[in-house]
Design a protein around this ligand. Structure first.
Ligand SMILES: [Zn+2]
Length: 427
């Protein structure tokens, strides 16, 4: 389908206002929004009279295949949770598990209006395969953790091969970064190798950073510096970096993040569930740091619903600052869309409904009671809407989800495969 018209609806414009008009899509991009040019004919029309169209959400930090472990281990401390539950189960993963777990994640994301995700996991060629087949957009990185010689070398080789094979694949829908897991699992010698590889390949870096107070304490003990300062000295931020969490960052750390243009990914549900803390999002934004939102893995959330992150990001910040004016609706929606696009390094082509931008869109049906009365659609999207209101999700102008049906994946098979595999892994 080359030409698609979203007819007579309302949509979220780049400054965060709901406006009325048509959206025309041609060859995967937004051709016009507002008034349809005379003579332009669509091949397919979606009636948007009762709809509100928004840029697709960018889930800028997740571990998609962790859907396999959803609700298997809840209400535990981060390190106990990792060491006693997650890592032993993950040790049993085979390639096909990751493929089916990722398909399940993609289905969940598409059904809730997410059109792109940044993933860090293993068997990443399987994640790439799932994205190629479903039409989803993603930034992929292979998690790198310090290990004994050959095992570590193999992981590095896998990340390099992933970059060679898939960076820019599927018309640019798939991009690849290097994925050093965190400063505490990838200490300086390991991190130096990542930086050298990033320089050699021209690759960017996706890392977990300053997630817990424990991480900062042990960094101060070992190196006399914060995790942010350690990575900065190692050159991790020099070529473009995306840092998940940044909960425990000092004003000096925030200055570094701003100066080095590090894109911070805030994961409020994960941070609250694991009691990691409240990231100083308002302070980072005030300092000029780019902030995006993410769900983190389904085990620490436990869903991949970006609307929940939008709401929690705003409410957590208000509570933490005891200030109801921080992170207002339009700003928090921008984090989930434009901020996510910037985090992926694609701010000039993603995250806005404007001519020339890629047609990655979510269409919300506004007929349910919670959409009335319609004082302010942008505010309702941020604070009142449900993921279940999504009627259509488009990536590159292609409809991947339509009225409860997936056009590129067999949801019954995905549920059966992921369901059986998830149960096997924790036996
Ligand atoms: Zn994570």
């Amino acid at each position: 389908m080359n030409k698609l018209l979203l007819e007579s609806g309302k949509y979220l414009n780049p400054s965060g206002e709901a406006v009325s008009g048509d959206i025309g899509i041609e060859n995967g991009k937004i051709l016009f929004c507002g008034v349809k040019p005379a003579g332009w004919q669509a091949d397919e029309v979606i009636d948007c009279h009762n709809s509100f169209t928004t840029p697709g959400f960018v889930n800028a930090h997740t571990h998609a295949a962790m859907t396999l472990f959803r609700s298997y281990a809840d209400d535990m401390a981060l390190l106990d949770w990792l060491q006693q539950k997650v890592w032993p189960a993950e040790a049993k993963l085979v390639a096909e598990d990751v493929y089916w777990g990722t398909q399940l994640a993609i289905a969940e994301m598409l059904a809730s209006g997410t059109t792109a995700f940044a993933d860090m996991y293993f068997f990443m060629d399987q994640v790439a395969k799932a994205c190629m087949e479903t039409g989803m957009r993603a930034s992929l990185s292979r998690g790198l953790i310090e290990a004994d010689g050959p095992q570590q070398d193999q992981r590095f080789e896998e990340n390099e091969q992933l970059f060679v094979d898939y960076h820019g694949a599927a018309d640019g829908r798939i991009t690849v970064m290097l994925g050093p897991h965190a400063p505490y699992t990838c200490p300086p010698e390991c991190m130096k190798k990542v930086v050298a590889m990033a320089e050699r390949l021209g690759a960017e870096i996706h890392v977990h950073l300053a997630e817990t107070q424990w991480e900062v304490d042990q960094s101060m003990k070992k190196y006399g510096k914060s995790p942010v300062a350690v990575l900065n000295e190692l050159g991790v931020f020099e070529r473009g970096a995306m840092a998940a969490h940044c909960v425990w960052v000092s004003p000096e750390d925030i200055e570094i993040l701003a100066a080095k243009k590090v894109r911070v990914v805030h994961n409020p549900a994960s941070n609250m569930k694991l009691a990691s803390g409240a990231a100083p999002v308002a302070a980072m934004l005030a300092a000029g740091v780019t902030v995006a939102l993410g769900t983190d893995g389904a085990t620490s959330n436990n869903n991949l619903d970006m609307l929940e992150e939008v709401r929690l990001a705003s409410f957590l910040q208000k509570l933490n600052r005891m200030d109801p004016t921080v992170l207002p609706t339009r700003q928090v929606l921008a984090l989930a869309t434009q901020g996510g696009a910037a985090a992926l390094g694609q701010a000039d082509s993603l995250g806005k409904i404007a001519p020339g931008y890629k047609a990655d869109l979510a269409i919300f049906n506004t007929t349910a009671p919670h959409w009335w009365p319609q004082h302010d659609l942008a505010s309702m999207l941020a604070y009142a809407a449900n993921a279940a209101d999504v009627s259509h999700t488009l990536v590159d102008g292609r409809v991947l989800y339509r009225n409860g049906e997936f056009t590129t994946l067999d949801i019954e098979k995905v549920k059966a495969e992921a369901g059986a595999r998830g149960l096997r892994l924790v036996k």
